[in-house]
Design a protein around this ligand. Sequence first.
Ligand code: ADP
Length: 455
Amino acid sequence: MSWLLSRLLKALGAALFGFVVGATVRAATGIDSLGLAFGVLTGVGLVLLVDAVRGSRLLNWLRGTQQESAPRDTGLWGELGYRVERAMRDRDRAVARGKLELAQFLSAIEASPNGVLMLDPQEQIVWCNRVAADHFSLDPRRDLRQRITNLVRAPAFVAYLQAGHFAEPLVLGNGRGPGTLSIVVREYGEGMRLVLTLDITERVRSEAMRRDFVANVSHEIRTPLTVLSGFIETMHSLPLTAAERERVIVLMNQQTQRMQTLVADLLTLAQLEGSPRPGPDRWVGLDGLLLRIAADAEALSGGRHRLALKPVTGVELAGIESELLSAIANLVTNAVRYTPEGGEVEVAWRLLDDGSGELTVIDTGPGIAREHIPRLTERFYRVDGSRSRETGGTGLGLSIVKHVMQRHGGELMVQSEVGKGSRFRLAFPAARIRQASDSALGDEAAFNAAALSDH
Ligand code: ADP
């Protein structure tokens, strides 16, 4: 109320001035009413003039952009200007804060791995993030205010939006390759809808793989089990001669072996998937591994092949002995199993210029047609199912080899041509290879260092 006092004082000043002017006019003219009129007009005019000047200064400022501060004035107009300016600055700050929060909120949604899309009651796109735009093949700017059903025409999606029952998500193939989307819609505000999309291609694929795997395992176990129960039935119901009994027992034994191999391979795979990567500090002599593998392969071949399985490499590999043994043995055993009598199987080692190395298993067997090669490491994939089963294969061998190599930072590569044999190469990175002599030196140095530190 400080302005009121100053205003009263100013009005009093103006009235005084008016009085003086009125008195002067009256004295000069001798007419009372003229003096009074002049006095009142001068006093009121003075107040109006001062108000008009100060009011127009404030009005000019308000009409402008308000970049500079409000006109500094005293009294009523000064306080009015100050209050208006403060209210405007407060409002500007609140708007800026709101804008910042909205931008942060939108960039958080933008960073979401899910697609987010907002629809107005007419199903027009109000906003969408990049992920949703990608999922629906939209342009996040150009397609704003467009009806979503004009742009995404998948009948299942249109029907889902129109039905308005959003309790269950919609699973939709997005029409670009094998992509599969899960779409959830939530209603909010007045007729607004929030559409959330999630790419579930990987999940669908791994669920399908798991289903296939369970179906394959069941099938692989059921086959020998059916055979076994048939034999048991036969032994139970038919009087067999001793020779027949012997034959049946041999066949039953084969089926049991088959199941045992299958379970062992399944366990190996489960172990490979569930255990941490082998460290680079446990060294395994390759020549020792090859000697053990060669002995088994010779027994399996029974002299039917020419075998050259023991190159002297003088190399040690960093990794887990049982896994490396299993990977190399799988390749050598396959080569012997699939190569007909009289064929050759060879194992070769090569150290490359960059320090990496390759162990190659070469055979002169039937070879593999090109279209099968990329699928060989899939679980239970067989080129020739009956040959594989006849020779005790499980269809899991190469998938174990691939896993072992991945875990050791290496790679399995296959070259083969029908009728010309096959080459299975195991590539090891330089960091996992050392010469056995280096290790002896290393051990000696370590021993000397230890001996010195003892003294
Ligand atoms: P399996 O237990 O059936 O041998 P693998 O995973 O070891 O399973 O091999 C997958 C398939 O690759 C085999 O069924 C076979 O058809 C083919 N294969 C593997 N090694 C050879 C080879 N040396 N020569 C020809 N075919 C092979």
